[in-house]
Design a binder for this molecule. Structure first.
Ligand code: NAD
Length: 477
């Protein structure tokens, strides 16, 4: 029985590394029924803003998996990231990126590195909710949900359990982003308690990243929100040996997409230079995912054997370590000729049939009393504050009155400091007396009052208390 998969050759080096990958998969006896689709630069230029004809969704939906070579996003505005669109539209919430050293056959400062980065794939700043609010101020929204956090954290622990890994480490920055990263951390702690067979720890992402770059061998599975995961999985792949060596799986409840972590490297395109290993290892993840672990194991071990033999593409070629510098096609032929062989020095891999991604019902968070207590009104006005303060300071609706004005999160009233540098976006906080509940209508009246005096409101944010605790940051952090 062949498994239907969607295949896209992509742009730049994409077609070369895809052909190399498919040659190896076919030689290994992978049972695949290929459904080619066209995505990427040509489709953007034909006028599809997401880089793909909407009819392609049907092909992707009807196949179990999507093997995708990198694409080029044309320069200029108006183009949506195809990768982000596919990941979010199909709900591919888990991005799994193994970053492993192949020392001494691939040069690295970290011979014992064996880290899997599990990156949240749908939320965070990648939700793409961005605004230009004033001529000089833009805003991107960092969105973190309990459900999104629980799905990825649970996936990381299940992955660790099924792949014989010992520890899951969280990277986040909840000392600064107390609500968004704080929620991710809370959910991590809750879920970690359910996996007493797996160790867990957590690091603030800045020092965690420094440790990862310095002593990656202390980490096993890493789980983190989208942006940190995007950056640090590239770093992890590069310090393991090369970004050209890492594959990536994007897994959801209804499908999965497999790719290399690198881009389309246009400067290397059409020269038979590119290393197809990242896409090939992405394809190995795909074979495991679609229940063909034997083919996955055969391909992966043949690839390890080829690395050991010193048959290397330019990006990992090193005088004294490598034996032969080869092009994309020759590398693929070398891997194909090693099918059935095991590596002799590197540890051979073994794959088995893993249970599908667990569809554990999400936990039900305890009910918390939620109360509307105020509004932050963001306005566009050139500094300084004195130019408009007297116009808004008297606004009072019901029990709502002006409590604070901040600029870039720093309190400038009351008790502002003269040194604070201000820009043209101001946050004016109105709250009821001592946190008393206010009505939606009161908030609308506040906005009316701003309109009445011709103040330029660019957005507003409602303020809630949850079980009596503020659900909004204060200017004091
Ligand atoms: P890139 O990863 O394409 O290339 C950076 C450099 O890394 C290349 O110049 C090359 O020296 C090296 N490199 C990358 N892959 C290699 C391989 N397989 N073999 C040998 N060397 C390799 O990053 P970039 O130049 O910043 O981006 C180029 C294009 O790729 C952009 O349009 C970007 O939007 C796109 N991109 C696509 C994806 C994707 O489709 N998944 C991911 C990242 C970037």
């Amino acid at each position: 029985m062949k498994t239907p998969i969607t295949v896209a050759e992509g742009d730049g080096i994409g077609p070369e590394i895809m052909q190399a990958t498919l040659l190896i998969l076919e030689a290994a006896g992978a049972q695949l029924e290929l459904h080619p689709v066209q995505i990427g630069e040509q489709m953007y230029l034909k006028g599809f803003p997401t880089g793909m004809d909407p009819r392609t969704w049907e092909t992707i939906r009807n196949t179990k998996a999507f093997l995708k070579a990198p694409i080029t996003t044309p320069q200029g505005g108006g183009f949506k990231s195809l990768n982000v669109t596919i990941r979010t539209t199909l709900g591919l919430y888990a991005n799994v990126r193994p970053c492993i050293s192949y020392f001494p056959f691939v040069d690295t400062k970290h011979p014992d590195m064996d880290v899997v980065v599990v990156r949240e794939n749908e939320e965070d700043l990648y939700a793409g909710i961005e605004y230009r609010q004033t001529p000089h101020v833009c805003q991107s929204l960092k969105l973190i949900s309990r459900e999104g956090s629980e799905k990825i954290v649970r996936y990381a622990f299940e992955y660790a359990r099924h792949h014989g890994r010992k520890k899951v480490t969280l990277f986040m920055k909840d000392n600064i982003m107390k609500f968004s990263d704080g929620l991710f951390h809370t959910v991590f702690d809750e879920v970690a308690k359910e996996y007493d067979d797996i160790l867990n720890d957590h690091w603030i992402v800045d020092i965690g990243a420094a440790k990862l770059a310095d002593t990656p061998e202390i980490f096993d599975v890493l789980v983190m929100p989208n942006l940190y995961g995007d950056i640090l999985s590239d770093v992890a792949a590069q310090i393991a040996g090369s970004v050209g060596l890492a594959g990536s799986a994007n897994v959801g409840d209804h499908g999965a997409m497999f790719e290399a972590i690198h881009g389309s490297a246009p400067r290397r395109a059409g020269q038979n230079l590119a290393n197809p290993s990242g896409l090939l290892l992405g394809a190995v993840q795909m074979l495991v995912h679609i229940g063909q672990p034997d083919a996955a194991q055969t391909v992966h071990n043949a690839w390890l054997r080829t690395l050991e033999e010193g048959v290397h593409t330019y990006d990992i070629y090193k005088e004294g370590v490598s034996r032969e510098k080869v092009g994309t096609k020759e590398f693929a032929k070398a891997v194909a000729s090693n099918l059935g062989k095991q590596p002799e020095s590197l540890k051979p891999v073994t794959y088995k049939r893993y249970p599908p991604t667990p569809q554990v019902p999400l936990s039900v968070a305890p009910f918390e009393d939620r109360r509307l207590v105020g509004i932050d009104v963001f306005i566009y006005h050139k500094p300084p504050l004195e130019l408009f303060f007297s116009r808004i300071s008297h606004i009072a609706i019901g029990s709502l009155a002006l409590k604070m004005i901040t600029n870039r999160g720093v309190r400038v009233w009351p008790e502002g400091q003269p040194e604070t540098f201000c820009i043209e976006q101001w946050r004016c906080r109105f709250m009821g007396k001592e946190g008393t509940a206010v009505s939606q209508n009161d908030l609308i009246q506040v906005l009316h009052a701003f309109d009445h005096i011709n103040m330029d409101v660019i957005k507003s944010e409602h303020l809630y208390q949850f079980a009596g605790k503020p659900g909004y940051s204060s200017a004091e952090g």
